[in-house]
Ligand binder design. Structure first.
Ligand code: AMP
Length: 302
């Protein structure tokens, strides 16, 4: 099924206990689409970059069979820049800078082809942009969205409007708590279902992820890794694996959503093994399938 990914394309500055990289490729749409590209080649992105965005990175996205016809290049503004610094335990990070640059001027108008996408993943981006995209869609079969503290705190009303219009929401634990004022994550997941989505997926970093719907609570552990280099993009790589699997399998039933959580977990675990996009930039089907089988073995108690 055709998959449309919307989100940020960024130049990130990242500091972890293992080092620092400046102005390296990042952004929610970059991670989601790269991750999903290992599952489907009916994949398009819509986003904006600035005049300083390296053209070879657009070539990279094309080399992953991603349709970049919906990618706008601003001649006036720089690319979105995010500077994140991780704490020693790497479960927490501070956003030192969020410079929207070209993103502050983004007003996406979808082509007919993109309007007719069957599955849409609204990566983490301004909820006003997410709503603009939703309003242009013809009849999507599934809309999934991500958001983050920056938008929940900055534009809560728009985030709540957006939530009413999506089928699945993927957030991390702190975002789920912030959205619902519930500390307990199962209660938070159930409270999210009252805000619109039929399915809430809450990511818990090294503690895995939980999927909550009216009839299902399904938890998956994170793949146990001894070395995590950079958690940036783990959540987006998860979302890409999840939605990539759904779009490849063309199946929305509860069991397949559980499988998708496992594929998401696999992609997140590969992503954190390298700096920025390096963990998933240059992998192959064998690496992904081996990780999937290893994760199943770890979960198997028979
Ligand atoms: P994740 O680690 O999965 O939360 O995703 C990290 C990516 O999100 C980075 O590559 C950033 O460029 C991007 N990002 C950070 N803050 C924002 C924001 N406020 N809006 C959109 N994208 C963001």
């Amino acid at each position: 099924m055709s998959l449309l990914v919307i989100g940020s394309l960024a130049l990130d500055t990242i500091e972890t206990p293992f080092g620092k990289k400046e102005y390296t490729l990042g952004g929610s749409a970059t991670f989601v689409s790269t991750s999903a590209s290992y599952f489907t080649n009916k994949l398009s992105i819509v986003g904006i970059v600035g005049y300083d965005f390296p053209l070879e990175e657009i070539e990279f996205l094309k080399s992953r069979n991603i349709d970049t016809s919906g990618l706008e290049i601003s001649n006036e503004h720089k690319t979105f820049h995010w500077h994140g610094k991780y704490h020693t335990d790497m479960n927490n990070r501070d956003s030192l800078k969020t410079e929207l640059n070209a993103f502050a001027h983004f007003n996406p108008v979808l082509s007919d082809y993109h309007r007719n996408s069957e599955i849409v993943c609204l990566g983490n981006v301004d909820p006003v942009i997410q709503l603009k995209i939703i309003n242009q869609l013809e009849s999507p079969k599934l809309v999934m969205a991500d958001t983050m503290n920056f938008w929940i705190e900055g534009k809560p009303d728009d985030v709540f409007k957006m939530l009413k219009k999506v089928n699945i929401i993927v957030v991390n634990d702190s975002e789920a708590r912030l959205l619902t004022n519930e500390n307990n994550l199962i209660k938070a997941g159930k409270a999210i279902l009252n805000l619109g989505p039929k399915v809430a997926i809450i990511k818990k970093g090294e503690h895995g992820a939980v999927l909550i719907s009216k009839d299902t609570i399904f938890t998956v552990p994170a793949f146990p890794l001894e070395e995590v280099f950079d958690p940036t993009g783990a959540g987006d790589s998860f979302a890409g694996g999840f939605i990539g699997w759904i779009s490849k399998s063309n199946n929305f039933d509860a069991n397949n959503l559980k499988k998708a959580v496992i594929w998401g977990t696999v992609m997140a675990s590969l992503s954190v093994q390298g700096f920025s996009l390096e963990g998933i930039r240059n992998i192959n089907q064998n690496i992904i399938e081996n990780r999937y089988n290893n994760l199943l073995q770890i979960m198997d108690y028979n």
